[in-house]
Ligand binder design. Structure first.
Ligand code: KG4
Ligand code: ZN
Length: 366
């Protein structure tokens, strides 16, 4: 990686879904990364009665706590605004009411303190998240799997992503969440389904495999979702439900691993003779079965495997601060009228060429 031009100490803000988060991250001139604080206030309890994220409740909850969370992040880092070099806030994609809260707070802080603003793409945050805890050089192949997004990207640097594949219907996290709901599990469904699956036999139920006739790196989970919903109807015991949960988890992990394998083959051809790195990020990267399948797949193709620690897989502000730091270090800042964007593909060219594949088109986190 080319070294960062100037050292940065950045306050990051994340409010694009159901977590209000703030963090302080330092990026040294040689590219070394230090997380000085990372505070995440989850709204799960407020959305749980509704079985999913309610945008209006989310936006109001962000307003209530954003200032206190930002203050806590600064206090835990033992820094004041005067010691920062910039502010980074998620500007999309996400639930726009929430995005506006964090972005407006960030703009106000930047204006009041005379600091530059980085309006960060949430997906770029996930893309750099593995760099928070370990040295990881660009370029790398990234599988980004969260509640709103499921895509394979070649990441050459901050702001330089090329999409190799994407979901044509649901995101992997969305599939976990929706199937969990049909199994009667509480929101958020992914972690609940993983817990239930621990006692299950993944071999008992056969589930459909998607897009087998295609050779690209795209994903589809709608067939799996329908099949799982149908099977769930006939189940009565906890043991039956555990078996179905295990089968669903295995099916999602298998599809992620198969498409990643295709993308690795492509990527390896284009990067022959260089270090090959495969990174998985986003909430679904917290799933143990998914991680294990991907780790094995990367090893089989000769890729170095990296994934963020669990706390940086799901939404957090440290990843936003780091993405902002990398932009600001390159002299890229955003004006105070930078818009909040409900949709904002990382690879705009690919999204335009294939409009049905707009990432995160559906779902609460889109
Ligand atoms: O990255 P994230 O926090 O938010 C988005 O930007 O979408 O991802 C949240 C998603 C949810 O769909 C959640 O169910 C899923 O990640 N998730 C999991 C696990 N932990 C979180 N899915 C499967 N297994 C897990 N352990
Ligand atoms: Zn996310």
């Amino acid at each position: 990686m080319s070294p960062a031009r100037t050292a940065q100490t950045i306050l990051g803000l994340e409010t694009s879904c159901d977590e209000t988060a703030a963090a302080v991250v330092r990026l040294a001139g040689d590219g070394a990364v230090q997380v000085l604080s990372s505070v995440v206030a989850s709204q799960i309890a407020r959305h749980a009665p509704f079985g999913g994220v309610v945008p209006e409740i989310a936006a109001r909850a962000h307003v209530e706590v954003i200032e206190a969370i930002a203050e806590r992040a600064l206090a835990e880092a033992a820094l004041s605004y005067a010691e920062l070099t910039g502010i980074a806030a998620t500007a999309g994609p996400g639930l726009v009411g929430g995005v506006m809260v964090g972005l407006s707070f960030g703009k106000a802080a930047a204006l009041a303190r005379g600091l530059p603003l980085a309006a960060v793409n949430h997906l770029e945050g996930h893309a750099v998240s593995a760099r928070l805890a370990a040295r990881l050089d660009y370029p790398f192949l990234l599988l980004l799997v969260s509640g709103g997004h499921c895509q394979l990207l070649e990441v050459a640097g901050v702001g330089a992503c090329r999409r190799l594949g994407s979901t044509i219907d649901d995101a992997a996290g969305e599939a976990f969440d929706k199937i969990a709901k049909t199994l009667g599990l509480p929101y958020p469904g992914g972690p609940a389904l993983e817990r239930l699956a621990k006692a299950g036999d993944a071999q008992r139920f056969a589930l459909p495999r998607a897009l087998l006739d295609r050779k690209d790196c795209d994903f589809s989970f709608s067939g799996l979702k329908t099949a799982a919903a149908r099977l769930a109807e006939g189940l009565s015991s906890e043991a039956d439900r555990a078996d179905l949960a295990a089968a669903v988890q295995a099916a999602i992990a298998r599809q992620l691993a198969e498409r990643s394998d295709r993308a690795m083959a492509l990527y390896a051809r284009e990067h022959a003779g260089r270090d090959l790195r495969f990174v998985v990020a986003g909430g679904v990267a917290a799933n143990e079965t998914v991680r294990r399948r991907l780790t094995e797949g990367a090893a089989a193709r000769g890729f170095i495997f990296a994934a963020p620690p669990l706390e940086y897989c799901t939404d957090n502000a440290a990843m936003i601060a780091l993405a902002g730091a990398e932009r600001l270090a390159q002299g890229l800042s955003d004006p105070l009228h930078a818009p909040a964007r409900p949709r904002w593909p990382l690879d705009a060219a690919a999204a335009l060429a294939s409009p049905t594949h707009v990432p995160g088109r559906k779902g609460a986190k889109a």
